[in-house]
Design a protein around this ligand. Sequence first.
Ligand code: BV8
Length: 251
Amino acid sequence: MASAVELPPSLRRVLQSAERVVVLTGAGISAESGVPTFRDAQTGLWSNYRAEDLATPAAFLARPRLVWDWYVFRRSLTERASPNQGHLALARLAELFADFTLLTQNVDGLHQRAGQPEVIELHGNLYETRCFDEGRVVTGVLDDGSSPPRCPDCGGLLRPAVVWFGESLPAAALAKAERAARASQVFFSIGTSSLVQPAAGLAGLAKGQGALLIEINPTATPLTPHADHVFSGPAGQVLPQLVQQIEAFRG
Ligand code: BV8
């Protein structure tokens, strides 16, 4: 159990008057839901591969079945998972600020299932499928047993609607995230190793224009030295305590 978490007075003062709050989450927020983090050692069939080496267009074109089955496996994990206390605390936090933006690098849909009012998915999600050649989202995929299935329109390979390394993030989502970070008064970075760009650069955009930067993560990251406040612990234990204290003066 993380030791009791106290809001420092300087952070309390800012949160008392702040209106524009941004939260960026990474795989760590889903760890307590039983979803392995992105850089946790791969297991089973994929134990010989690094996630970064599978999450690329080149890997998919070279080994379409291996990569497709990895995503089917990950989707089965997340479908069985439930939002944890960290997800639920963020859904509550969104109600306490007039201008609250939740940005996630995760593709597991757990923020939505926790009741988060609006989620900006920077890296897509596991639950949509796209035609690799046409790019468009394909619904009602015929599970004809082939792996990967084929596009009913052009016969091309279908792929998960996630952003792979070397692919651009959805332009609208990234623009909205950058705008929110630049306007933020408080920026929380939660459960992310802060390694993947451009998502990892958002905290710097916020801090660069004067936002207070808060990191919640059990281990140090490249962001840690730049954070104004660091809570070193599991998000599922730290967030409910923080949100409960914030509710006392904003609820
Ligand atoms: C881009 C979706 C422009 C897929 C992901 C060479 C060629 C091309 C690009 C690059 C290149 N070199 C560098 C780049 C840029 C590259 C990049 O940043 N690489 C890194 C590795 C250096 N970025 C890109 O390619 C991006 N696109 O740049 O486009 C472009 C276009 C064309 C050509 C050139 C450039 C696209 C990046 C998106 C990749 N897709 N995911 C999928 O999920 O399969 S990224 C992947 O990493 C996940 O989304 C994940 O969320 C994200 C970040 O990882 P984290 O979330 O931080 O997870 P991680 O496991 O690392 O850390 C978990 C943390 O949680 C840890 O700190 C741990 O301590 C903590 N934790 C553990 N338990 C808990 C906890 N925290 C709280 N509570 C707990 N209980």
